[in-house]
Write a protein that binds this ligand. Structure first.
Ligand SMILES: Nc1ncnc2c1ncn2[C@@H]1O[C@H](COP(=O)(O)OP(=O)(O)OP(=O)(O)O)[C@@H](O)[C@H]1O
Ligand code: SF4
Ligand SMILES: [Mg+2]
Length: 383
């Protein structure tokens, strides 16, 4: 892991006034408010995470879903303050009430891996190819001085491997990473991540490199560990199927912003942001006849070149003139749901909370792109 010298601050970022208000909730272990991450390169800066806010409760899995480059990994790594001096992170990240952005680098090192742990996007790269798996697990226990576990040493490493579903933990503990299958390596990385019994586990695309059967096993493992260890999980994915299968809640990201957030079952049954609707319309499933899928035309804007107004406007089937000037805030549209699209969800104080208000615009299925116009979804977006 890189040693972070990140500049952090709780000063409100530019979107502070526009994010949905979040009253304190019971059982919230991770509370992120108005998170902004800006990278500097020479005289240029790019604000790649913009005003992200959400709460994560004990025993809950929140999926961060979006196309490649939408800022999912930067959000996950900013929460853990895993960036160098070229990154400025502002806003608030509270872990069981403790503000992480205020901690010294030393104290943050004590929190990272122990109370909040990361399964990185490339698990193979996070294992030392020259050291046996058992030694890599006991090293983490020693690093965090988990005395009870450290004394148990090797036996504890095998216990952790058994916990993550490895039937022959002795052999795996004695193996080098290259001697294991992709699924086994992923389980070993998860064992390291949960070794200190974290309150929050962040998993960045934990199933992307795995075939579908192993992917299902790993998702079941996360659910099982969450039940047994009582953790909360923040999982990053570009795969709508994974988000629907494993998420209690889903936060849809576009161009560094959360554009829709709510219970996964509700969001997938009735999306209320045109981008979410577009993602679902592009999702193949056995019942959908060939040729009826609709991909979202065009590509997401690159970081640092987000258009004025709503960043989705150039691709949105219901965009209006005002969308190109007004950047819509994420606002509560129902007790448990927030959406950043006032066109589909116009505010009306008198409307019942879960019913679209009068004047709401229906979201049409996105038009099929012309044959010569590639879609981001077909080349790196949700697959
Ligand atoms: N360390 C960095 N310095 C500068 N820019 C960065 C850095 N890390 C990421 N970015 C930029 O931030 C944007 C968001 O990147 P991020 O890795 O969060 O995307 P993502 O949503 O996780 O995509 P993917 O699904 O491809 O992993 C991208 O434009 C990326 O180039
Ligand atoms: S604000 Fe406008 S452009 Fe953005 S998603 Fe809503 S309708 Fe589309
Ligand atoms: Mg990523």
């Amino acid at each position: 892991m890189s040693t972070p010298h990140t500049s952090t601050s709780r000063a409100p970022g530019p979107a502070a006034a526009t994010t949905a208000a979040r009253p304190a909730q019971p059982n919230v272990v991770l509370s992120v408010h108005d998170l902004n991450t800006t990278f500097a390169a020479g005289s240029r800066t790019s604000n790649v995470v913009r005003g992200v806010s959400f709460d994560l409760r004990r025993g809950q899995t929140l999926m961060l879903l979006g196309e490649s480059g939408s800022g999912k990994s930067v959000t996950a790594r900013s929460i853990m303050r895993l960036y160098g001096r070229n990154a400025t992170i502002t806003g608030s990240v509270r872990l069981s009430g403790q503000e992480l952005l205020d901690l010294s680098a030393d104290r943050m090192r004590g929190v990272r891996g122990a109370r909040i742990a990361l399964v990185p996007q490339d698990p193979t790269g996070s294992l030392d190819p020259l050291r046996r798996i058992g030694a890599q697990i006991t090293e983490v226990l020693a690093l965090h001085n988990v005395e009870r576990l450290r004394r148990a040493g090797r036996r504890q490493a095998e216990e952790l491997l058994r916990l993550v579903g490895i039937n022959d933990p002795k052999r795996v503990a004695d193996s080098y990473p290259h001697e294991l299958s992709g699924g086994m390596r992923q389980r070993a990385v998860i064992a390291i991540a949960v070794s200190c019994d974290p309150e929050v586990l962040i998993a960045d695309e934990p199933t992307t490199a795995l075939d579908v059967t192993v992917q299902k096993q790993i998702l079941e493992l996360f659910a099982d560990l969450q039940d047994r260890l009582g953790m909360a999980t923040l999982m990053v994915t570009h795969d709508v199927g994974v988000a629907a299968e494993a998420g209690d809640r889903v936060g849809v990201m576009y161009a560094g912003r959360l554009v829709e957030e709510g219970p996964a079952a509700q969001v997938f049954a009735s999306p209320r942001h045109p981008y979410t609707a577009g993602l679902l319309a592009a999702l193949p499933s056995p019942g959908v006849p060939r040729g009826t899928l609709r991909s979202i035309p065009g590509s997401p804007p690159p970081a640092g070149a987000f258009p004025a107004g709503c960043a989705f406007a150039p691709r949105c089937p219901v965009a209006r003139d005002s969308c190109r000037t007004d950047d819509p805030p994420l606002v509560a549209v129902a007790p448990d749901r927030s959406v950043a699209c006032p066109v589909v969800n116009p505010a009306s104080p008198s409307a019942p909370p879960s019913t679209p208000t009068a004047g709401a615009v229906d979201i049409p299925s996105p038009a099929a792109p012309p044959a010569d116009q590639p879609s981001a979804l077909s080349k790196g977006g949700p697959r």
